[in-house]
Design a protein around this ligand. Sequence first.
Ligand code: ADP
Ligand code: MG
Length: 232
Amino acid sequence: MFIEINNLKKSFGSDSNRVEVLRGVDFSIEKGDICVLLGPSGSGKSTLLNIIGGIDDADAGYISIGGERMADMNEKKLTAYRRKHLGYVFQMYNLIPNLTVRENIEVGAYLSDRPLDVDELLQTLGLYEHRKKLPNQLSGGQQQRTAIGRAIVKNPDILLCDEPTGALDYNTSKDILELIERVNQKYGNTVIMVTHNDAIKDMADIVIRLRDGAVRKSYRNEKKIPARELEW
Ligand code: ADP
Ligand code: MG
């Protein structure tokens, strides 16, 4: 298993006002998988992504990446993991407004030792003809494509996507999810994605459903997940 999550626990707040968000989460993912995280608002999906991304710490339990526990990584190794091996895509694109599409993508290659060819990536993203535009000259879908480009130009082992289509209409969302699938197939990045979009039922290798701080259900290698299972 490439990513193993074992009995992971996380609370926020102080003793009198403590919220137990993750109460022992367990699952594992193989290299190259597309893993979709489902769960109601407030169920800890973003918290879990942040811990996997090394930008927050768990209280108990562990995550191992490629056989190495994150808690055992020294600061230097953890920094290298965040810089080189992780890409992050959010609901908000957060592009730099005065840089072109191409430049926004190039920013993501900063400190990477194996960046992808930017022109080829622009083609894959369907952005080549828009490469000289500024973000405010783009549609929401094109802005999210640019943000995906910025996340994957370093060719990360892991791509974390937190509601990447949350601000987009249904058809544009489908395009974006198909693009993430194409990127996964082309570059082999392991994807962990939070989404509410039912278009994922054709692309997920594993679906993890969180409820009350734990995995309530998971499906493996179900290329076709029953639609009713995607409802809340
Ligand atoms: P989801 O992404 O599933 O909507 P989150 O992981 O964002 O859920 O949040 C889960 C719970 O943890 C929520 O109740 C949220 O208010 C709380 N929470 C998240 N981050 C913090 C934080 N930094 N400090 C305090 N509470 C937090
Ligand atoms: Mg969230």
